[in-house]
Write a protein that binds this ligand. Structure first.
Ligand code: SF4
Ligand code: SF4
Length: 699
C-alpha cells in the first residue's frame, strides 16, 4: 500500500486531473440537484434499497421467472470463479470468439477480462475510458470515469503506440479515432457483455445508464447478450427503479439525466443470459452493520468529494472498488486483510457521507472494517501502547499529559513548538508539533469554585487539545460564555471522547471512554453541553449512542447527545448579549471537516460572530481539508502533507495574516504547517478572536 500511495503522490498529472474534476463535479452536482430536495430523494433511495435487501431472495426468483418468460435465461453465481465459468461456458456453447463489453465494474470485480482472454477470446471494452485503461493495461481508477488518472498527452501517446499511427493530443480527434475502432469491434462481435444499473424484478427488465450509447449497441448488435448483475441491483418494481434513476445521474456525473437509458427485457437478437452474482453480498446483507453498504449505486459521488481520493486516486486502492466505499466492499468481496490496510487511508472527514445518495455512513463502516482487523489480528504495538496502555486509563493519560506539560518548556521553541525530538516523529517534517501546555485548562480550575453561581450553568466538554495543548481556547470560550450569562462547569472526569480509538479500530477502548464520559457528564445535571471541538461533538452526538446501544447507559447517552452543541452555534443564539470593540482585522476562515460535514451551520454561525466582532472576513474560495484527521496525519504523512500544502496556499492567497477555525485539530495542523514554512500566519480557534475583541460587561 505504501508503495502505491508513494507512486500516486509522485504524480502531479494525477493530482491536477483529480483536483480539477472534483472542483467541477461539486458545481455540476449542485446544479443537477438544484430545485430538488436531495434529502427527500436520499430518503426514498434508502427506503427502496432497504426493502430490496430484505426481499432479495424473492426478487431473484421473480426476476428469473419474468425474464425467462420473455426468452432470457437467468443463472446464479455464488462467487467470481463460478461467474467466470458460467460466462465462458455460454460463449463456448454459442461459438463466440469476439466479445465487446460495455461498462461493468462488476466484471472487473470478477476479473472477467483475464478469464476470457485466458480462454483465447478477444475482448474489447467499448466505453471510451475503459478502452483507454484496457489499452494501457491499467485498472480503472474511478467507478464512473475509469481513465481519470491520465491526461490527453498520455492518452495520445498510448493511442500512437497501440494503434500504430501518430495521434496528436486533440480530444475531439481522439474521440473520433476511438469511435472508429470501437464501432468496428461492436459490429464484428459475437457477444456483448454488460452490467446493469438496475434489474426490475416485476418486469424482468435490465436498465443500463450510459453517456456514450455503447450500452445500447453492445446489447443489440452482437447476437448474444450476457449481463453480469450483482444481486444488489435488483429492485421490486418500476416506481422503485424511478427513485434510483432520479438520484443516480446527478450523483454520478452531475447531470439531471444521462444521455442514454436502455431498458432491456429479453434478447434483442438470438440469446440473452443474465448472471446474478452474489460474491459476498449475502454476507453483507446478514451483517447488521454492513448491510447498508449494499445500497450503493456505484455512482462515485463519494470519491469525487473525498480529499484523500483527490490526492491519490483510485489505483492506490488496487482492489477494483476504490475510495471509502471501495474499502468496505473490498472487505466482503475481495480481501479482508487488504481492506483493513485500506481503512488507514480514511481521514474520517465525513465528506462522502454528506453526498452519498444512498445514505451510507461510509466513515463509520470504515472504522468497523478497521475494527475487524483489530479483532482478528490485534492492535499494532504503537496503537496498543497508545490506546490500551495510555488512552484507556484516563487518570494515567491525564497524569502523562501533566508531566509532558511540565517538560514542555525545555522541549519547546519560542513559539511553543517541539524543538527536541521532533525529528523522530513521521509527521513533524511538514508541520511543527506543539508541546503540551505548562498548565492545562483543568489544572487552572483547581482552587476555583466551579459551582459559584453567577448565572445559568453549562457543562463544558473541552476535548483533549483544548484542555492540554491549547488551554487558551478553553479560557476564551469560558469568557465568552460568561459574558452571555453562563457559568461553565467542566466535569474533570471527562477524558478522551473515544473517536481516535474508534478510528483506529479499537471499539473496546472507545466504548470504555464513552461510558466514562457519559457517567461523568450525567453526574453534572441536565444543562446544555457545550464543546469547542467538532470531533468531540460528533462523538457525543453519534458515536456514544451507537457504542453504548444495548447497555444501561444508552438512554443517558441519547439524552446527552440531544443536549450537546458547538460553541459557535451556542453563542450566535445569544449574540445580542455580546459586546465587542470592533477588531478591524482581516481574517480568513477555515472550515473544519467535522464542522462543515455535520450540516448544522456551525461554520456559518462562526462567520457571523466574527463579522459581528468587527473582523473583515475574506474567503478562500474552495474550502479544502487541511489533512489533519487526528491519527490520519501521523499514519499517512505523505497524503496529509499534500492536503496541508494546498490548504496553506489557499489561506495565504487571501492576503489575510490569520485564520479562524472551530477545530483545535485544524489549529494544530495549520499553525504547524505555517511554522514549517516560517510564515508569520496565525491560526486560532474562533473563540480566541472573539474573546480578544470582547468588551466584558464589567468594563
Ligand atoms: S470520511 Fe473523508 S477521507 Fe474517509 S472516505 Fe469519506 S471522504 Fe474519504
Ligand atoms: S457509497 Fe454512496 S456515493 Fe459512494 S458510490 Fe455508493 S452510492 Fe455512490
Amino acid at each position: 500500500l505504501k508503495r502505491r500511495v508513494d507512486d500516486a503522490l509522485g504524480s502531479p498529472v494525477l493530482r491536477h486531473a483529480l483536483a480539477d474534476f472534483s472542483a467541477r463535479y461539486v458545481k455540476m452536482r449542485k446544479a443537477a440537484f438544484g430545485g430538488l430536495d436531495f434529502e427527500a430523494i436520499r430518503d426514498e433511495v434508502v427506503a427502496v434499497k432497504e426493502r430490496a435487501i430484505s426481499e432479495r431472495e424473492r426478487l431473484q426468483r421473480e426476476f428469473a421467472e419474468k425474464l425467462e418468460a420473455k426468452g432470457g435465461r437467468v443463472h446464479r453465481a455464488d462467487d467470481s470463479a463460478e461467474a467466470n465459468q458460467i460466462i465462458r461456458g455460454i460463449l463456448e456453447e454459442h461459438g463466440a470468439r469476439k466479445v465487446v463489453k460495455s461498462k461493468s465494474i462488476t466484471s472487473e470485480e470478477i476479473r472477467l477480462n483475464k478469464a476470457l482472454e485466458g480462454a483465447g477470446l478477444e475482448v474489447t471494452e467499448t466505453d471510451l475510458g475503459e478502452w483507454i485503461v484496457q489499452l494501457a493495461g491499467h485498472s480503472p481508477s474511478h467507478m464512473v470515469i475509469p481513465a481519470i488518472h491520465m491526461d490527453r498527452n498520455q492518452i495520445a501517446a498510448l493511442f500512437s503506440e497501440k494503434l500504430g499511427e501518430e495521434v496528436p493530443p486533440d480530444i475531439g480527434g481522439m474521440v473520433k479515432l476511438a469511435r472508429r475502432h470501437l464501432r468496428r469491434a461492436l459490429t464484428e462481435a459475437d457477444a456483448g457483455i454488460t452490467g446493469a444499473n438496475i434489474a426490475v424484478a416485476a418486469a424482468g427488465t435490465l436498465i443500463i445508464v450510459t453517456n456514450e450509447g455503447n450500452g445500447g449497441l453492445a446489447t443489440s448488435l452482437p447476437r448474444i447478450h450476457i449481463a453480469l448483475v450483482g444481486t444488489d441491483k435488483l429492485l421490486p418494481d418500476w416506481p422503485s427503479a424511478m427513485s434510483i434513476l432520479r438520484a443516480l445521474p446527478p450523483s454520478a456525473t452531475g447531470q439531471r439525466m444521462s444521455s442514454y437509458v436502455s431498458f432491456l427485457t429479453g434478447p434483442a437478437l438470438e440469446k440473452q443470459h443474465v448472471i446474478l452474482l452474489d460474491n459476498g453480498r449475502r454476507r453483507m446483507a446478514e451483517s447488521p452493520d454492513f448491510r447498508q453498504a449494499l445500497r450503493c449505486l456505484r455512482c462515485g459521488a463519494c470519491l469525487n468529494v473525498c480529499p484523500v481520493y483527490r490526492i491519490i486516486g483510485g489505483q492506490a486502492f488496487s482492489h477494483v472498488y476504490m475510495g471509502g466505499i471501495g474499502t468496505i466492499l473490498t472487505a466482503f468481496i475481495h480481501d479482508r486483510d487488504a481492506a483493513c490496510e485500506l481503512a488507514k487511508l480514511c481521514s474520517g472527514c465525513r465528506a462522502c457521507a454528506t453526498v452519498c445518495p444512498a445514505g451510507i455512513d461510509i466513515p463509520f463502516l470504515i472504522e468497523k472494517v478497521a475494527g475487524l482487523a483489530a479483532e482478528e489480528n490485534g492492535l499494532g504495538p504503537i496503537e496498543w501502547l497508545l490506546l490500551r496502555g495510555v488512552m484507556s486509563r484516563r487518570r494515567a493519560y491525564h497524569a502523562l499529559m501533566t508531566s509532558l506539560g511540565k517538560a514542555g518548556g525545555i522541549l519547546a521553541d519560542k513559539d511553543g513548538m517541539l524543538k527536541i525530538g521532533a525529528g523522530a516523529l513521521p509527521s513533524a517534517d511538514f508541520r511543527a508539533i506543539p508541546v503540551v501546555a505548562r498548565e492545562s485548562y483543568r489544572s487552572s480550575l483547581s482552587g476555583r469554585d466551579a459551582r459559584e453561581e453567577k448565572g445559568e450553568r453549562i457543562i463544558f466538554f473541552t476535548g483533549c487539545l483544548a484542555d492540554f495543548v491549547y488551554p487558551e481556547t478553553a479560557r476564551a470560550a469560558e469568557r465568552l460564555l460568561s459574558s452571555v450569562g453562563f457559568e461553565t462547569a467542566m466535569p474533570t472526569g471527562q477524558g478522551c471522547c473515544g473517536l481516535p480509538a474508534h478510528h483506529l479500530g479499537d471499539a473496546g477502548t472507545a466504548r470504555r471512554q464513552a461510558a466514562e464520559a457519559v457517567k461523568s457528564l450525567s453526574a453534572e445535571g441536565a444543562e446544555p453541553i457545550v464543546t469547542v471541538c467538532p470531533t468531540c461533538l460528533h462523538a457525543i452526538r453519534s458515536l456514544w449512542p451507537e457504542l453504548l446501544a444495548g447497555t444501561e447507559l444508552e438512554s443517558e447517552a441519547r439524552r446527552i447527545a440531544a443536549r450537546a452543541v458547538g460553541i459557535s452555534s451556542f453563542l450566535i443564539a445569544r449574540a445580542d448579549k455580546l459586546r465587542f470593540a470592533p477588531a478591524k482585522q482581516k481574517i480568513t476562515y477555515h472550515d473544519s471537516c467535522h464542522v462543515k460535514n455535520m450540516g448544522e451551520g456551525e461554520e456559518l454561525a462562526a462567520r457571523r460572530l466574527l463579522t459581528i466582532a468587527g473582523y473583515e472576513l475574506v474567503e478562500t474560495g474552495e474550502n479544502s481539508c487541511c489533512g489533519f484527521g487526528g491519527t490520519f496525519s501521523v499514519n499517512q504523512p505523505g497524503i496529509s502533507e499534500k492536503m496541508l500544502s494546498a490548504r496553506l496556499d489557499s489561506l495565504s492567497g487571501t492576503g489575510a495574516s490569520c485564520a479562524a477555525t472551530d477545530c483545535p485539530g485544524c489549529v494544530l495542523q495549520i499553525r504547524g504547517g505555517m511554522a514549517r514554512r516560517s510564515v508569520r500566519f496565525l491560526a486560532r480557534h474562533t473563540v480566541e478572536y472573539l474573546a480578544e475583541a470582547l468588551v466584558d460587561s464589567d468594563d
